[in-house]
Design a protein around this ligand. Structure first.
Ligand SMILES: C[S@@+](CC[C@H](N)C(=O)[O-])C[C@H]1O[C@@H](n2cnc3c(N)ncnc32)[C@H](O)[C@@H]1O
Length: 241
């Protein structure tokens, strides 16, 4: 990775370490709890697309404080699906420290998306919720997902994607993200910069179509793409071919 990108990535990781303790509370307030529904829905759909009752390994990259790992476990259990291993990967030790208190019986590994210390063709699912935007070397990360996934395995991405529409709902979403989010997030976390980074990083992120093209370029074929809550959050499911 070039030095400028490395510095940028290090700053992002430091920022998540700084806000780790208040991250969950800020999330619940800012999304009014809807983020939990988006994650659960994605898990339900992935299990339905995959169709298997026994999974060897689910890897949650950018696992942060472990919310999606918890959903994989509970949504799976509710559907009678067993998962032998759920592993969380994140370069922020602070975020994972919080996660370990919430789901202590699962494994957390300090690593980035572009350097996952797991065997090739070993995972049934690789997920990443609200994390791919923070991966500076994103295409290398997606290549790594493709390497670790089994053939036919699913890559599940949840992200706030850039919305180029100019309708009322997109204006409303932008107003919320640019004007309210930095203040509310800043108040809860005492770190306004972190919650100013969020809308800026969405603005600078690629569109859904571009992300689908990148997925295809690494051998992950999109099979489901849908925006939720005024297209604020988009769920992508892609299959390793
Ligand atoms: C917005 S949080 C999302 C956490 C969690 N997945 C969730 O849904 O709440 C973004 C996470 O991405 C992690 N992250 C930043 N850069 C990363 C990278 N290069 N590879 C993997 N994770 C990264 C951060 O440490 C942080 O925990």
């Amino acid at each position: 990775m070039a030095e400028k990108n490395r510095d940028n990535q290090d700053n992002i990781i430091k920022m998540f370490n700084d806000i780790a303790k208040t991250y969950d509370l800020a999330n619940r307030i800012l999304s009014m709890g809807i983020d939990k529904l988006w994650r659960k829905k994605a898990c339900n759909m992935a299990f339905d697309f995959y169709g298997k009752r026994k999974l060897d390994l689910v890897v949650d990259v950018a696992c942060g404080t472990g919310d999606l790992m918890i959903d994989w476990e509970y949504v799976g259990a509710n559907k009678g699906i067993s998962i032998s291993n759920i592993v969380g990967i994140d370069p922020s030790v602070g975020m994972m420290e919080v996660g370990k208190t919430k789901i202590p019986h699962r494994t957390f590994i300090e690593a980035t998306a572009s350097s996952i210390p797991l065997d090739s063709n070993s995972a049934d699912f690789i997920s990443i919720s609200y994390g791919i935007r923070n991966v500076v070397d994103r295409v290398d990360g997606l290549k790594e997902f493709s390497r670790v996934l089994k053939k036919g395995g699913l890559c599940i991405i949840l992200e706030f994607t850039k919305n180029n529409k100019k309708n009322f709902s997109s204006k409303l979403t932008k107003f919320y993200m640019n004007n309210l989010m930095p203040h509310i997030g800043g108040l809860v976390s005492k770190n306004k910069d972190a919650y100013t980074y969020l809308p800026n990083s969405i603005e600078n992120f690629i569109t859904s179509k571009q992300l689908c093209d990148e997925l295809k370029s690494v051998g992950l074929e999109p099979i489901f793409v849908k925006g939720y809550s005024l297209d604020m959050s988009t769920t992508f499911i892609a299959r390793k071919i």
